[in-house]
Design a binder for this molecule. Structure first.
Ligand SMILES: NC(=O)c1ccc[n+]([C@@H]2O[C@H](COP(=O)([O-])OP(=O)(O)OC[C@H]3O[C@@H](n4cnc5c(N)ncnc54)[C@H](OP(=O)(O)O)[C@@H]3O)[C@@H](O)[C@H]2O)c1
Length: 324
């Protein structure tokens, strides 16, 4: 079978198609004949700096749709041939991949394989950020960095559907602001945002800020909170040093800072992740959320997909088409 792997860290050019053995599922796992693979920013981080890479060579990829090929010992409720969407721990840029059964989801009725590949990472992440960790209340104001990307697209729609007040987005280019405005964002800032948020909220700030960028952007998100506001950090797209926040920033206005990792949750509390994912998938089935696939590449062109996402010009969701 084909897989796309890298043997060293670097730019998109280190991704190469290789012929390799078909993986067999271990106990509690299934193997999947992959139809589509979703591209995530975490794949770029794996390739460029080894984010969650246990060793080289490594096949990236965290989410797929496809049909179950084989079922490992002890797996119940999943059958060969069944159409599923799955979260994986790498290995999804391939004709066949293996996933823990607990993070394999039968495709909901009415959801096709192409849409299925967009669901496993982005949907549960956005749902958990707003509800489980962010504890959004109706009427509250929200600030989202990377508003036009995969997670950002879902956050705008989900926040409005949950009854949020004004939802602000931040993007790096005007073209992305137009796209974000179509995804539920009431106002979108291009580049700088701290003064803009204060002005837009009559000096109060926002109730909930969601930050996948880190560094100065995270500090700006923290500085944009209203009294008792919450900040959830869920990524480090900017590549800054790990952040620290302490008493001086938090005490005066009663702020909270939290974090979230879907891959961490898959390891530490898979049942909790499954519950969140099932609630999140329902929002696609009932039409609350749609996640546009804006670019699709054959598996062998994975480097092109990485170039596009790395260029910061992509919006929505990028897919690799794996099956013929
Ligand atoms: N913790 C979790 O469980 C979890 C799960 C999924 C995703 N994430 C994180 O959420 C973010 C979005 O992920 P995604 O897969 O949906 O990707 P994406 O949003 O489609 O693409 C990457 C995003 O990062 C933003 N960005 C900001 N600074 C950047 C930089 N220095 N270089 C490149 N991009 C930069 C880009 O927006 P602008 O160009 O408009 O700034 C772009 O929206 C990533 O940081 C990812 O690691 C976290």
């Amino acid at each position: 079978m084909r897989a796309v792997e890298f043997e060293e860290y670097g730019g998109p050019e280190v991704l190469r198609v290789v012929e390799t053995q078909v993986p067999e599922p271990g106990p509690g796992q299934v193997s999947i004949d992959v139809a589509y693979t979703g591209v995530n920013f975490a794949d770029l981080k794996a390739r460029s700096e080894g984010y969650r890479v246990p060793g080289l060579p490594f096949v990236p990829g965290l989410e797929v749709s496809g049909r179950i090929r084989a079922v490992g010992a002890g797996v119940e409720g999943l059958t060969v041939g069944q159409e599923v969407a799955a979260l994986t721990e790498g290995g999804a840029y391939a004709d066949v991949t293996v996933a823990d059964a607990v993070t394999v989801f039968p495709l909901p009725a009415g959801v096709d394989l192409r849409t299925g590949a967009t669901l496993p990472t982005v949907l549960p992440t956005a749902y958990a950020l707003l509800h489980t960790v962010g504890r959004l209340q109706p009427g509250e104001t929200v600030l989202v960095q990377g508003a036009a990307g995969g997670v950002g697209t879902v956050l705008g729609q989900l926040a409005k559907a949950a009854g949020a007040g004004t939802v602000y987005g931040v993007v790096s280019a005007a073209a992305k602001a137009e796209y974000a405005a179509e995804q539920g964002y009431d106002e979108v800032f291009v580049g700088s945002f701290t003064d803009e948020v204060r002005a837009a909220t009559d000096g109060r700030g926002v109730d909930l800020a969601l930050d996948p960028v880190g560094g100065d952007t995270l500090r700006g998100s923290l500085a944009s909170l209203a009294p008792f506001g919450r900040l959830v950090s869920y990524g480090n797209a900017g590549g800054a040093e790990p952040w620290t926040v302490g008493q001086p920033e938090l005490y005066p206005t009663g702020l909270s800072v939290a974090g979230f990792s879907i891959l961490g949750l898959a390891r530490t509390a898979p049942a909790a992740l499954r519950e969140i994912a099932q609630k999140a998938f329902r929002t696609v089935v009932d039409g609350t959320v749609s996640l546009p696939v804006t670019a699709e590449f054959p598996l062998k062109d994975a480097p092109e997909a990485h170039r596009l996402m790395g260029s910061r010009t992509s919006t929505g969701k990028l897919l690799l088409t794996v099956a013929d």
